[in-house]
Design a protein around this ligand. Structure first.
Ligand SMILES: C[S@@+](CC[C@H](N)C(=O)[O-])C[C@H]1O[C@@H](n2cnc3c(N)ncnc32)[C@H](O)[C@@H]1O
Length: 307
């Protein structure tokens, strides 16, 4: 991972404007901080999606045959999957795909004892590239699961490509995907700017990671976390903004950061239900059902792969 991290970080930090790919936020510390964020009352997406899941799980359970293999993209702490595994008729296997390897293994070690009849298959992989399943589909077929509104971290073109890759990975399947539709600025500022003060630590951790894994010398205290709401397409961007000019070393190169210059560390695109369904259709998925929180501020979509 460090070679790719160094390569991508150098490309992003020598570009104008400066960026770091959001997928590198996710080491063990980043995953742990995010799990704490999910427990913050400010971070509404977790509460909204968690409230919708039991109804969705009951409906999916009526649709699939016994022995389904459930494949989760970006499984993190593997908490939401419990609602599905509890509802589905005798699931055969749970394939958990995540880029944060050590955290993934620990999450599966915690989950496995509660589901002794289900094969647990952790897959440490980057789903921004093609991922092959290491197991055959169970007798009940395949159910994909992509919660956490992570689809929003791709721009719309990349999100479409992700949905196409997921179609190839999952084959004939159903796919349950959570997509945030919130546009209320106050709510977004609380969730992405504050979340009990944890968001700043979550984003600064990417610099700590570059220092530890790539021998960089960023002074994290010289950066403050800021979020920006932008339109066309509507999105929330997270930035680390330099509070003073700095000269840093990374991979034998010099990175100059001017005072007030920012490094974009993540983006979260928001989708109306209709916009997401259009994206899914274009990628070969038919919308089958939709569960909505507060008139569309969060949407949980059930998609079916087109034959
Ligand atoms: C927003 S969290 C969602 C976690 C959990 N599914 C939930 O809903 O609470 C995103 C998860 O996706 C993983 N992730 C992010 N980018 C990834 C990538 N390119 N490939 C694989 N996993 C990724 C992160 O490690 C993290 O666990």
């Amino acid at each position: 991972m460090s070679d790719a991290l160094l390569h991508d970080a150098l490309a992003g930090l020598t570009a104008i404007p400066k960026t770091l790919p959001g997928k590198y936020l996710w080491d063990e510390t980043g995953s742990d901080l995010f799990d704490q964020i999910c427990h913050s009352a400010d971070y509404y997406p977790t509460a909204q999606e968690t409230a919708l899941l039991p109804r969705a799980a009951a409906e999916v359970a009526r649709t699939v045959e016994p022995g389904v293999t459930v494949v989760e993209f970006g499984s993190g702490a593997s908490r939401k999957i419990r609602t599905l595994l509890d509802a589905l008729p005798e699931p055969a296997a749970y394939v958990a795909i995540d880029i944060s390897g050590a955290y993934l293994e620990a999450a599966i070690r915690r989950l496995a004892p509660d589901y002794p009849g289900i094969a647990m298959v952790p897959v440490c992989a980057d789903y921004s590239k093609p991922v092959a399943l290491p197991v055959q589909a169970g007798p009940g077929g395949i159910l994909g699961f992509y919660p956490g509104t992570s689809i929003g971290n791709f721009d719309p073109t990349e999100a479409g490509l992700f949905l196409e890759r997921a179609r190839a990975t999952l084959g004939p399947s159903l796919f349950l995907v959570g997509a945030d539709g919130t546009t209320d600025p106050e709510r977004l500022h609380r969730a992405y700017g504050a979340a009990d003060g944890l968001m700043a630590a979550f984003h600064r951790n990417i610099l700590i990671r570059l220092n530890r894994e790539c021998g960089a010398d960023f002074d994290c205290d010289n950066f403050r976390h800021e979020i920006r709401l932008l339109s066309d397409p509507f999105r929330v961007e997270a930035h680390l903004v330099a509070t003073q000019p700095g000269t840093y070393r990374l991979g034998g190169q010099t990175i100059e950061v001017a005072a007030s210059e920012s490094i974009r560390t993540d983006t979260s695109h928001k989708y109306t239900a209709e916009a997401f369904q259009a994206l899914a259709r274009a990628a070969g998925w038919q919308p089958r059902a939709l569960w909505q929180a507060e008139g569309g501020s969060f949407n949980l979509h059930l998609l079916q792969a087109e034959a």
